[in-house]
Ligand binder design. Sequence first.
Ligand SMILES: NC(=O)c1ccc[n+]([C@@H]2O[C@H](COP(=O)([O-])OP(=O)(O)OC[C@H]3O[C@@H](n4cnc5c(N)ncnc54)[C@H](OP(=O)(O)O)[C@@H]3O)[C@@H](O)[C@H]2O)c1
Length: 237
Amino acid sequence: MMTSLDGKIMGNYMNHPAAAEAGEAFYRIAFGEKPYYRHQGWLSGRVTTDDNFTFYEKPALEENALPVPDGDFAAQPDFGMYYVSIDPAGRLGWKDAVLHYETTTAHVIEVLTARASNTYKSFLRRLGISYIIAGEETLDATLALQKLRALFHINTLMLGGGAVLNWSFIQAGLCDEVSVVIAPCADGSASAQTLFMEKPGISDDTAAGFTLLEAKSLPGSAVWLRYKVERQGIPQG
Ligand SMILES: NC(=O)c1ccc[n+]([C@@H]2O[C@H](COP(=O)([O-])OP(=O)(O)OC[C@H]3O[C@@H](n4cnc5c(N)ncnc54)[C@H](OP(=O)(O)O)[C@@H]3O)[C@@H](O)[C@H]2O)c1
């Protein structure tokens, strides 16, 4: 994740010239030619996907769609790089099964619950978008990770934000390491999301602790911090 000095993950600070080098460092570390993390995909919350890729468009559902087969749909089990989106109710208005993020190309996997409708799953199949079902009413994050490994060979998954997703996985004991590039700017926003945020029904404000693994100065007055997530007080993932 990239944050401002005041811990925001989005907002005006991103357009300040002082954020540029931190933004480049963030991309280099996570996705560059020689990335620090060798992951097979990154995970995003529904709001992050809407803000960056699907832009709050409604999915093109066909109300008379035939029933889809039960279970998961692995359209591209060997693509190698995946964009995995948590979308419990099946809301995202995708247009394509492949997305491009700067120099990175990824196949889309939707993580649904049993709340997602037949018409939505049929819509995903039409576009060739993979999906897995993890949980009935609420997300079963452990099951989601097991299925991502078994069906798509995702052994290392980058928790890519936003705030609600990040905190929920930390509280569930499913995050090993926090890695954050801090940009040397701030905007003082009182409403922008911060690095971690609880959401009723998904997570709460029980505190978690972290142990510093590395602190590095980067060009342009940015800082890169890596922390191990301490498991004390949170369940084992
Ligand atoms: N600076 C950075 O590095 C960075 C990186 C990524 C994102 N961002 C920014 O972060 C902002 C969004 O953050 P956000 O915290 O508002 O939203 P978010 O975490 O992206 O999405 C939250 C939504 O995702 C679903 N979700 C996530 N975790 C879940 C869980 N454990 N169980 C069930 N559902 C879960 C829910 O969807 P439903 O509401 O559909 O139930 C939830 O409301 C965006 O503006 C984005 O651009 C910044």
